[in-house]
Design a protein around this ligand. Structure first.
Ligand code: COA
Length: 299
């Protein structure tokens, strides 16, 4: 789809994306590049990173790739420094690297739980920490007139309610959202860095969807009752990222933008809808029977 944004909105910016070689991360890499940014990609698998870089370059986008694992602090430091060596500065860090698999809590080992926490939560924190000295206002590589940079954390909506077989990922993404809010407060105040997140719903044609039971969710596509309740496209997430990364989002800090067509709202509640309805009737009745002299607005 054609972009609704002007092609130069990220002109002169340098973005580093973990997990930027595939899925949602690669679409953000591509859209950021098409809107003027130079792109550095970090990923565990060198061949996939190299292929992504070639693909970006074939579109005329300045791109570089660095193999590394966000769980390894040395890798994080090396990749951030390599980005600076290559492009001279860093304006945007996108934490899109994530681990996921379906498993029941009773079958998940503590090490399996820790593995996903390490990739999603600790990895996000480590990358932010290593990037700080380049992202902060007045930081290395920044001009005096430059504002501070931006951090964008890719999250999820799983933990807003509860999700079968996703206890580890839900915990990890809840931590990511906490990192987003706390860094927005701390680094927004001290260093002029905006820190935001995006919580995608189920997105078509991604490794996550291929792994996490696509059939059930694919059937939503045919829904004509609620037209927004369908799979999203990677493009939807990338343009949300563009909005947050551009000056259009300059007053947005500490927010995780849900981009899911409203889907998480439809998750089954613990309390069935009919019971809530009954309860509301009882509450209304009690309110009507309250002693006189109490204004109805106070009930
Ligand atoms: N079910 C249960 N436990 C699993 C598992 C699965 N499918 N996959 C890994 N684990 C557990 C392992 O058993 C191990 O725990 P143990 O030592 O107690 O046995 C622990 O997780 C680490 O496994 P390991 O294979 O050593 O980890 P890794 O560093 O190679 O990473 C993944 C494995 C699965 C976390 C990672 O490769 C991954 O998530 N890849 C997919 C990425 C993806 O889908 N991204 C899209 C996100 S939406």
């Amino acid at each position: 789809m054609e972009s609704p944004f002007k092609p130069e909105i990220l002109k002169g910016k340098v973005a580093l994306l973990t997990g930027g070689a595939s899925g949602i991360g690669f679409e953000i890499s591509t859209q950021f590049g098409k809107h003027g940014a130079s792109i550095a990609i970090m990923g565990r698998r060198k061949a996939i990173v190299d292929a992504a870089v070639s693909s970006l370059r074939s579109l005329g986008i300045p791109a570089a790739g660095f193999a590394g694992d966000v769980r390894n602090q040395e890798d994080a430091k090396r990749v951030v420094e390599s980005t600076i060596e290559h492009f001279g500065r860093l304006d945007i860090l996108v934490n899109a690297a994530a681990g996921n698999f379906l498993v029941s809590p009773e079958d998940l080992s503590p090490n399996g739980f820790r593995t996903v926490m390490d990739i999603d939560s600790v990895g996000t924190f480590t990358m932010c920490r290593e990037a700080l000295k380049y992202l902060k206002k007045g930081g290395a590589g920044r001009k005096e007139s430059d504002k501070g940079g931006l951090i964008l954390n890719i999250s999820a909506t799983l933990h807003y309610t509860a999700s079968w077989y996703q206890i580890h990922v839900s915990a990890a993404k809840a931590a990511v959202d906490a990192i987003t809010r706390n860094l927005a407060l701390e680094w927004g105040t001290d260093y002029d860095i905006r820190v935001n997140g995006i919580a995608p719903g189920p997105i078509n044609d991604t490794p996550g969807m291929r792994k996490l039971g696509p059939e059930e969710i694919n059937s939503m596509r045919s829904s004509d009752v609620m037209p927004l309740f369908k799979l999203g496209e990677k493009w939807d997430i990338a343009v949300a990222a563009l909005y947050l990364a551009s000056d259009a989002g300059k007053y947005v800090n500490g927010t995780t933008l849900v981009v899911d067509g409203g889907l998480w709202l439809s998750r089954p509640r613990h309390l069935p809808k009919e019971e809530v309805k009954m309860l509301s009737r009882v509450v209304e009745k009690r309110a009507r029977q309250a002693p006189t002299g109490v204004p109805s607005s106070k009930l």
